[in-house]
Structure formats: C-alpha cells, structure tokens
Design a protein around this ligand. Sequence first.
Ligand code: NAP
Ligand code: ZN
Ligand code: ZN
Length: 360
Amino acid sequence: MNQPGISTSPDTTGKLPSKAYAAQSPTSGLAPFAISRRKPGPYDVVIQIRYCGVCHTDIHFVRNDWGISIYPMVPGHEIVGVVSDVGPEVHKFKAGDIVGVGCLVDSCRSCEFCRAGLQQYCSGMVLTYSAYEKDGKTVTYGGYSSQIVVDESFVVKVSNRLPLQGVAPLLCAGITTYSPLKTWKVAAGHKVGVLGLGGLGHMAVKFAASLGAEVTVLSRSANKAPDARKLGARHFLQTTDDQQVKAAAESFDFIVDTVATRHDYNMPLNMLRTDGTLICVGAPPEPIELQAFPLLFKRRRVVGSLIGGIPETQEMLDYCAAKNITADIELISIKDINAAYVRIEKSDVKYRFVIDLASL
Ligand code: NAP
Ligand code: ZN
Ligand code: ZN
C-alpha cells in the first residue's frame, strides 16, 4: 500500500506521515498531497484506511458550495479500515479490528446532545474534514488518505460478515437515511417516497423497505426504474412527468428528499397525505422556497435530519450486518476521483463510488 518515497511509520516527533488526495481551491480538482497525522494519544486508534465512499457532500465541500470550506482539503467521511495501533487507554479496539469512521471525529462531550449520544447536534462537534480540531487551529483531514488517527469514542465496530467496500457508504449515506426513518418510526403500513435515487436515496429505499414500508422511488431518471425495484421499491414515479406527479397527490406518509441541488420542494410536499412528513436530508446551497397553503391545509410537516450520533451509527451497522444490507457501489482507483465527481453531478453512479485506498 505504501507509495515509493513516502513512509507511513512515525517520524522523529511521533507524527504519522500519510498519503492523501487534496483539493487546494474550489477549482483545483483533487491531486496527491502529503499530510501528517497526529502522534497517537492515549485514547487514539490508528486506522489503515481500506475503502472510502464518495459522498455528494465531498463535492459540495471541494467546490465550496456552502462557503465554509478550508483548503487544502482532504475529503472523505465514509471510512472503513483496519486498526494498526491503539493508545494505552483504548479498551474498545485492538490491532487487527475492522472499524469505521463517519462524519464526526470529536464533540464537546458534555452538552445535553453529547450526553444523549446525539453528537451531530453538539455545537462543538468536529467534522472529519474541513474543520478545526478542538484546539481551534489543527485542520481535520478525511478519508481520501492512507491512514487516520481518531479518538476511540468516534470509531465504530464493523462486522467482518459484510463486504467492506459496500460497508463504507453506510458511515454517511447509511446513517443519514437510517436515522430519520427511525426517528419518525417508519414501519409496515407506511407509504414512503424517496426523492432522488443516488447514494443517500438508494440506502433510504433499502432501509425503508427493510422496515416494512411500501416504497416508491421518485426520480427524474426513467432508466433507474428497474434498479429501484431491485433495491426494494414497489413503485417508480418519474418526477418529470406531470401526469404521474398529479396522480400521486396526497398519497405518501413520508417523503425522504435526498436531492443535492436546487429543486422544487412543493412537488413532494403536495404528494403527502394530511399530517405527512417531508424529511429533508439533501443539502442544496440555495434557500428552500415553500408555499404556505400545501403546508397549512393538510397540516404537513417539513423536517430536517443530520447524519446520526455514534450509538445510532453502531446500531445501524449492527442492523445492516443482521439484515445483510450494504450499499451498491462502483469501486474506483483514487486517480479517477475527479472523473467520478463529474459523473455524480450527472447522476451517473450506481449508486455510490467507493475509493480503493490500495490504489493510493
Ligand atoms: P447523489 O448521489 O448525487 O444523489 C442525489 C440524487 O438527487 C441524484 O442521483 C438525482 O437522482 C437527484 N437529483 C440531482 N439533481 C437533481 C435536480 N436538479 N432535481 C431533482 N433531482 C436531482 O448525492 P448524495 O451523496 O446522495 O447526497 C445527496 C445530498 O444529501 C447532498 O446535498 C449531500 O450534501 C446531502 N447529505 C446530507 C446529509 C445529512 O446529514 N443531512 C448527509 C450526507 C449527504 P435521480 O437521477 O433519481 O433524479
Ligand atoms: Zn456524506
Ligand atoms: Zn456536545
């Protein structure tokens, strides 16, 4: 796995030189970049990264869509790998364990949300990349890299029963769709629409179907209809066909909106029954424009949801191991990452790219 000329063993200060791919600006694209991981502390786990999923959030960050990016940036928050070393106070993990890291690598650990295991809602949470560690100056680098050092409290256990490539996307696309379905108690008897069949969308279909719901994929892309059914959807609705959209008015209990770019939120809203819930997980940079009447007259709800906390991420991974659920992926070499971004932007991925870090 080592690139000639770059060692991954500790340097004289104990830091770990690591290989990575980074963006230097919103327009630079991604290219090889040498980074240094911190000297492992007592509670740290050193992970040799095997696979990292490519989330649309990586593209938003690399392109600075949200205006919060920090460069140079090493994206990647769907990480699975093997533990190579642990600090003396680490008790949950040992060398050789297969583990995962998602979107968070730290949080304040004392607020009401941290105490409830909802670290994603902690105002002091530290994102896996393009963020500052709690020292306020060290920038975090993500999973497009050879290894990572993470506090054990933010590392989760991965079953060796599932193919690891397909597990990587569970660390973001998986938990982001699992969490709201559980929060809103989606179950048998519910009609669930999933808007946008990409990385998050295809996991939402798998989870909602596994929970017993009757799932419909709402997609612009007619060519995805056969896949939608294979993923567990009972129905497919093409959102560019006005007749189909009209016929689906007031028919869903929940719609999970996973669309990454500007789109009409009133279209799914009108497809909800009275008291129906539009669950927004997609994160377009533009403001959401909602009409009042469709909300008021049917007492509909529009809610958001952000990834999931560490305990729920572990619960989701255990659920996937028990139910044999993984992401449908296309494995790529790191050198193809820029081309993969272009394909994602064209909705041309089935249904998640995953980087094989052996190619680094
Ligand atoms: P993705 O793989 O690109 O999937 C998005 C899907 O949305 C596409 O496959 C496409 O599906 C549909 N779509 C794209 N552009 C559209 C448009 N203009 N109008 C209507 N539909 C469109 O992206 P992803 O990785 O699933 O991420 C989706 C969004 O979720 C991103 O904004 C990402 O940042 C966000 N996200 C949020 C969280 C959270 O915690 N809330 C976590 C992770 C990601 P069809 O071809 O089927 O129409
Ligand atoms: Zn993500
Ligand atoms: Zn907190």
